[in-house]
Design a protein around this ligand. Structure first.
Ligand code: C2E
Ligand code: MG
Ligand code: MG
Length: 582
């Protein structure tokens, strides 16, 4: 006999089963309804639909699928979707899709597939993993649309945004982009590239005279012609108006870029013939090189623009290099600076001496020490070619100190030989003059060489004194206390204040040779020289004229009571041993 509780339990179970059966029968009806609807949607939808089982074998495709892919149902059922691969995506791309599906159950994105015809095309695809009641993976459903039409419009839009509609050439936006890319790659590969800016000369007059249609046509033909000369691998762009840009990668030699520019100029010089017109137009080109001229795209463009300006200024129909003026000079400066350091260490510097005459007695009374560089390759280099560089690099202080020591030593030797001179003059650069410790250095040299201080004269330029007159005043006083004499060199070229000049402990003014050159004919020079002489005398200073090349100049200066004179007329700067003692 069964217990009540067991019977109850059985009854409850049967009822549950029945209930369940009843519900599932209804659900099945609903499910079928839903399936029919789904099938209708499935078939009518414009999106392609593809269903695979859990193994990834295709179990269902819809009509849109067939329309888009070109495959019939029976050609794909039982196959894998990999059948449609375009080859555009690598393994990692598909791995990412499966990983996303496993993690999130859904993936959407752009994917390129291949139609039956072989054509590849972009799809926007959503794939979803379907799970059954037991949460087991049962199917994958992929819904996709063909977005090749959209892509095409996008491409067209992108093209329009980056190209000039008249010539179809890249526009400024794209050109800038390309330049930036080129610089990055050139930097990585340690290569160089050249940027050329071209501007048609007097294009405006064609536009104004013959109308914009002719102008446009000419621009179009000009673009085509330039493209022909340049060939592949070089970016040509129309930057606006009548300006074109050329980016030549792998071109870092000035000569190479110059040749390219010349070829463009020559080709553009040939007449343009169209619609019954025969037009001549020339082009100006500005060149800037990476990395020698600029390191950024922006700077490169700016430099090329500066060079273009120079080409226009030089008379058009020519090219100009940005390098020529600024960078080549900068480079040479760096080289010379390095060589100068070497020159100091390897005793390539020489001190020459130029006689100074007393115009009243016609006797040599002193000498000026002038530095020279005996360059192993360039020969004797004049100070004008290296003093400015030495000044900029600070090396001048060392050079001056060396010249000072050499000059003092030589003067002591002359004294010992009975060659009496009233002074040896040494130039002091503004750089050295600005150093507070100068007087100590000079005192040290006097001590070392044993030269009597009154035989030494230091020349300071007027501009060095006027740079900071208060500091200069202090410095001059300290030097003067050593017992030497002081001269202002190149007087008349700076803007001395007379009041200040009066306060300076200076014994001599050296009239700049620029004023002596015009004597005795030039009225202005005559006036200036007279004023300087009068000024010096009124302040109790001696006057010394430089650059005397002719007897008439010496005579005129003597008449004006100028006591001292120096110049080729009396003798050029020479090595100590070649000085003429009369
Ligand atoms: P400066 O001190 O005014 O020197 C006179 C310059 O005029 C010298 O040029 C000399 O050769 C030149 N000269 C002399 N007579 C004549 C002449 O009749 N006609 C012409 N046309 N020129 C004449 P240099 O030796 O080429 O020196 C040029 C400048 O370089 C000097 O001008 C001076 O400012 C600077 N310099 C030369 N040596 C030194 C030095 O050791 N230290 C510094 N700081 N500067 C120096
Ligand atoms: Mg001098
Ligand atoms: Mg001078």
């Amino acid at each position: 006999m069964m217990s009540v509780s067991v019977r109850d339990a059985l009854r409850r179970a049967a009822a549950r089963l029945l209930n369940l059966f009843g519900r599932s029968a209804q659900q099945r009806r609903e499910d079928q309804e839903r399936l029919r609807m789904a099938a209708a949607v499935f078939d009518c939808t414009l999106e392609g639909v593809l269903v695979t089982d859990r193994q990834g074998l295709i179990v269902h495709v819809n009509r849109a699928f067939m329309r888009i892919t070109g495959y019939q149902q029976d050609e794909v059922l039982g196959q894998r979707p990999s059948k449609f691969k375009s080859g555009r995506h690598g393994v990692p791309f598909y791995q990412r899709i499966y990983a996303t599906l496993a993690e999130k159950g859904e993936w959407s994105g752009e994917i390129w597939n291949r139609r039956k015809s072989g054509e590849i095309y972009p799809q926007w695809q959503t794939i979803r993993a379907i799970r059954d009641d037991n949460d087991e993976l049962s199917h994958y459903v992929a819904v996709f649309s063909d977005i090749s039409a959209i892509k095409h419009t996008e491409q067209e839009l992108a093209f329009l945004a980056h190209h000039d509609p008249l010539t179809n050439l890249p526009n400024r936006l794209l050109f800038n982009d390309r330049v930036e890319q080129a610089l990055a790659s050139a930097q990585a590969n340690k290569r160089g590239c050249a940027l050329l800016l071209l501007d048609l000369d007097h294009f405006q007059s064609i536009n104004d005279g013959l109308g914009h249609t002719v102008g446009d046509q000419l621009l179009k033909l000009a673009g085509e012609r330039l493209a022909q000369v340049l060939g592949n691998g070089v970016t040509l762009a129309r930057l606006g108006g009548d300006e074109f840009g050329v980016l030549a990668e792998n071109c870092q030699q000035v000569g190479q870029a110059g040749k390219l520019a010349q070829a463009l100029i020559e080709r553009m010089g040939e007449p343009f013939e169209f619609d019954g017109h025969r037009l001549f137009i020339s082009v100006s080109v500005g060149i800037s090189l990476f990395p020698s001229d600029a390191l950024s795209a922006e700077q490169l463009l700016r430099n090329a623009d500066a060079a273009l300006f120079k080409a226009k200024h030089n008379g058009r129909a020519c090219y100009a290099l940005y390098t020529e003026e600024l960078t080549a000079h900068a480079q040479q400066r760096v080289e010379t600076a390095g060589e100068l350091r070497h020159a100091l260490a390897h005793e390539e510097l020489r001190v020459f001496f130029q006689p100074v005459f007393d115009l009243f007695t016609s006797k040599m009374v002193g000498v000026e020490a002038l530095v020279r560089w005996q360059h192993p390759l360039r020969g004797l280099v004049p100070p004008s070619e290296f003093i400015p560089i030495a000044e900029r690099t600070g090396l001048i202080a060392e050079i001056d100190a060396w010249v000072l020591r050499e000059a003092c030593r030589q003067m002591v030797r002359w004294q010992a030989d009975g060659r009496t001179l009233a002074f040896v003059a040494v130039n002091i650069s503004s750089r050295l003059f600005g150093q507070r410790e100068l007087y100590r250095q000079v005192a040290q040299v006097l001590l070392e060489t044993g030269l009597a201080p009154e035989l030494l004269e230091l020349e300071v330029t007027e501009s060095a004194v006027m740079e900071d007159p208060e500091v200069a005043l202090e410095q001059l006083h300290r030097l003067r206390e050593l017992g030497l004499s002081l001269a202002i060199d190149d007087f008349g070229t700076g803007y001395s204040s007379l009041l200040r000049l009066k306060r300076l402990p200076v014994q001599k003014l050296k009239i700049d040779q620029g004023f002596v050159a015009g004597l005795p004919m030039d009225d202005d020079d005559i006036a200036i020289v007279r004023v300087i002489i009068a000024l010096a005398h009124s302040m109790g200073m001696q006057v010394h004229a430089e650059g005397i090349e002719q007897a008439e100049q010496a005579r005129f200066l003597l008449e004006q009571q100028c006591q001292l004179g120096q110049g080729y007329w009396f003798g050029r700067p020479v090595p100590a041993g070649e000085l003429c003692w009369g």
